[in-house]
Write a new protein. Structure first.
Length: 570
C-alpha cells in the first residue's frame, strides 16, 4: 500500500513538472515573441516640434538696412536745412508711430534707417560705384525737385526727389516710399508665418495659385508642337534663343534655384477640338473657356527625360494652315490677345505662333525653320510666365497702388530679375521653406502618434532632428541679414523633412495592426493553448481535491485520537 502511494506521488510530481515546464516556456516565450514582433519606433523630438510650430525656439526676422543720403548741394545753399541725423531720427520715429497705430508690436521686415554720407545731388559714376552688394542693404538718395517722385534702380539704389525741402516732407516721402516698396512683401511674409493653425495643428500656408512650390532645381522643357506637317516646320533655333534670352534670367536666379533645359519637337499635334472661325476677320479663335482643353493629353507626348527635378513646360503651338491664323479672344469681333498665349498655374505656359502673318516674312523664305526672330516674341512671353511661376514679384504693381506720388521701377533690359526682386524672392522663399518644412515635420509627428504600428527607424529620427537644426540655422541667418545662407539652410531643412516624411520604410507596417498579428498567430497558439489550459485546470482541481482529502483525513485522525483519549479516561 505504501509503495502504491509512493508511486502515485512520483507520477503526480512528474506530471506537475511537465506542466510547469511547458507553462514556463510559454510564459518566458510570450515577452520574447512580443518583443520580436513589435515594430521599431525611434523617438521623435515632439517637444521641439511643438515649440517650433509656435515660433518659441526662434522668431524669424527679416532685417533691412536703408542708408539715407541727402543732397549736400542743397544743404550748402542755406544753413536752415534738415540734417541727415534729423531726417533719420524722424523716419525711425514715424515708422514706430505707424507700427503702434496699427497694433504691430514687432515688424517682421525690420527696416533700419541709417544716416549715410551726403551726395552731390546728381547721378554720376560715384553713385554707381557705391552700389550695395549685400542683399537687404539699400541706399536712398534724396534731392530737391519741382515734383515729388521716386526712381528705384535695378541695383539696390533708390533716388527720391522731394518738392519741398523741409524735414517733415522729406520724412513723409521716405516713409511712403519704403512702405510702397516693402509693405506688400511684409504682408505676404506675415501671412505665411502668422497663419492660424487648424484643428489638427497644421499650419496653413498661403495658396499661391501661379507660383510653383520651391525646389533647389527645376527642369525647363520647351516643346514645339506642329499641327500638321503641311506647314513645313522641321527645325527651330531654340538653342540660340535660350542663349540670347533665357541665359541672363538663369544666371540671375542661380542664387535661388538651378535650372536644366531640354527641348523637343512633335509633328501632327492636332487639337482635340475645332477652333471657331470669325468671318469678319477671317481668323480662327479660341475662347477662354476652351483653353483648359487646349492640350491634347491623349495624343501629345509631353514626357521628358527621367529627372527628379520638378518640370515646367513651355509649349509653342504652330497651327496647321487650315486653322491659321489662330488667336485667343472672347468671341467674334472681340479684341484678340496681345501675346496670343496663356499661363497654366504651376505647370507652365502655352504660346501660339502663327507663321503666315506679315511679321514672319522669313517663313516664306525658309518654311522649314523657325528662326530666332520668329521666336523672340514667344520667348519674351515665356520669360514673363517663368517669372510668375518662380514667384518673382513685379514691385511696380503694388507700389503704385499704395503711393500718392509716382514711383518708377527700372527693369533689366534682358528681363532678368533686379536685385530688389531677387532680395524679395530670397526672403519670401526662405519664409515659405520654413513654413513648409515645419508643416511636413508636424504632419509626420502627428502621423506617427496616430499610427502605433508605423516603423520609425533611426535615420528618420536623424533626418527630423537635422531638419529642425537646419530650420534653426536659417532663422539665425535671417536675423543677421544673411539671406543667401538662410535660403540654403531652409532648403536643406525642406529636403530633409520631405525625405523623412516620404521614407519607404515607414509604410512597411502601416497596414499591419495588432488585429492582423493576432489573426496570424491564433491558429498556431489556440490548438496548443487549449490542452495546456485544460491540463492546468485539471491539475489545479487535483491539488484542491488532494488538499481537501488531506484535510478530511486530518480531521478524521483528530476525531479518532480524541475518542481514544476519551476511552482511556473512562
Amino acid at each position: 500500500m505504501s509503495a502504491d502511494r509512493d508511486s502515485m506521488a512520483a507520477n503526480d510530481k512528474t506530471r506537475r513538472m511537465v506542466i510547469l515546464s511547458v507553462w514556463a516556456v510559454v510564459l518566458l516565450g510570450l515577452p520574447l515573441w512580443w518583443k520580436t514582433t513589435r515594430v521599431y519606433r525611434a523617438e521623435l523630438p515632439y517637444d521641439s516640434i511643438d515649440q517650433w510650430n509656435q515660433w518659441k525656439t526662434c522668431q524669424p526676422k527679416f532685417p533691412i538696412r536703408v542708408n539715407l543720403h541727402l543732397s549736400e548741394t542743397k544743404q550748402k545753399q542755406s544753413g536752415n536745412n534738415p540734417t541727415l541725423s534729423d531726417v533719420t531720427q524722424g523716419v525711425i520715429r514715424r515708422v514706430q508711430e505707424w507700427n503702434k497705430a496699427h497694433d504691430i508690436k514687432e515688424s517682421l521686415l525690420a527696416v533700419e534707417f541709417i544716416a549715410g554720407k551726403p551726395w552731390t545731388g546728381s547721378i554720376n559714376k560715384d553713385i554707381t560705384e557705391r552700389t550695395s552688394t549685400v542683399p537687404g542693404t539699400y541706399d536712398f538718395y534724396i534731392s530737391p525737385s519741382n515734383v515729388t517722385h521716386a526712381s528705384i534702380r535695378s541695383q539696390r539704389q533708390g533716388f527720391i526727389q522731394v518738392q519741398s525741402w523741409n524735414t517733415d516732407h522729406i520724412i513723409d516721402t521716405i516713409v511712403e516710399t519704403s512702405g510702397a516698396v516693402f509693405g506688400s512683401e511684409e504682408r505676404i511674409i506675415r501671412q505665411l508665418l502668422n497663419a492660424n493653425e487648424d484643428t489638427q495643428g497644421v499650419r496653413k500656408v498661403q495658396d499661391q495659385l501661379k507660383t510653383v512650390k520651391y525646389a533647389p532645381g527645376y527642369q525647363l522643357t520647351f516643346s514645339l508642337f506642329s499641327g500638321d506637317a503641311s506647314n513645313g516646320v522641321r527645325e527651330w533655333k531654340m538653342q540660340e534663343v535660350i542663349h540670347a534670352y533665357l541665359a541672363p534670367f538663369i544666371k540671375a536666379m542661380s542664387t535661388v534655384s538651378k535650372f536644366t533645359i531640354e527641348s523637343q519637337i512633335q509633328h501632327y499635334a492636332s487639337l482635340a477640338f475645332t477652333p471657331q472661325l470669325d468671318y469678319s476677320s477671317q481668323e480662327y479663335y479660341l475662347t477662354p473657356d476652351a483653353l483648359p482643353n487646349f492640350i491634347n493629353a491623349a495624343e501629345w507626348s509631353l514626357a521628358s527625360t527621367v529627372s527628379s527635378l520638378p518640370s515646367l513646360n513651355f509649349l509653342t503651338y504652330v497651327p496647321k494652315p487650315s486653322e491659321s491664323p489662330l488667336v485667343i479672344k472672347t468671341g467674334p469681333g472681340a479684341p484678340k490677345s496681345a501675346t496670343n498665349s496663356f499661363l497654366i498655374p504651376r505647370w507652365g505656359g502655352v504660346a501660339i505662333l502663327n507663321r503666315d502673318t506679315d511679321r514672319t516674312k522669313r517663313a516664306k523664305e525658309h518654311p522649314e525653320v523657325i528662326t530666332v526672330q520668329d521666336l523672340e516674341p514667344v520667348m519674351r512671353v515665356f520669360l514673363t510666365q517663368l517669372r510668375d511661376l518662380m514667384g518673382v514679384t513685379d514691385l511696380s504693381t503694388t507700389a503704385q497702388s499704395s503711393s500718392s506720388f509716382p514711383i518708377v521701377f527700372h527693369k533689366s533690359l534682358n528681363e532678368a530679375p533686379t536685385t530688389w526682386e531677387l532680395d524679395s524672392l530670397l526672403r519670401r522663399r526662405s519664409a515659405e521653406n520654413l513654413v513648409d518644412s515645419l508643416a511636413t515635420i508636424s504632419s509626420l509627428a502627428r502621423l506617427v502618434r496616430d499610427t502605433p504600428n508605423m516603423v520609425v527607424l533611426d535615420h528618420i529620427q536623424r533626418d527630423v532632428t537635422e531638419a529642425l537644426r537646419d530650420i534653426g540655422r536659417s532663422c539665425q541667418h535671417l536675423s543677421h541679414q544673411e539671406y543667401v545662407e538662410a535660403l540654403a539652410a531652409s532648403r536643406d531643412g525642406l529636403v530633409k523633412s520631405e525625405t523623412a516624411f516620404f521614407d519607404p520604410t515607414m509604410v512597411s507596417m502601416l497596414y499591419f495592426p495588432d488585429e492582423h498579428k493576432y489573426a496570424i498567430y491564433m491558429p498556431l497558439f489556440v490548438p496548443i493553448s487549449v490542452p495546456l489550459l485544460m491540463s492546468l485546470l485539471r491539475e489545479v482541481k487535483r491539488l484542491k481535491e488532494k488538499k481537501k482529502r488531506a484535510q478530511e483525513d486530518k480531521d478524521s485522525q483528530g476525531r479518532d485520537d480524541h475518542d481514544i483519549k476519551h476511552d482511556k479516561q473512562e
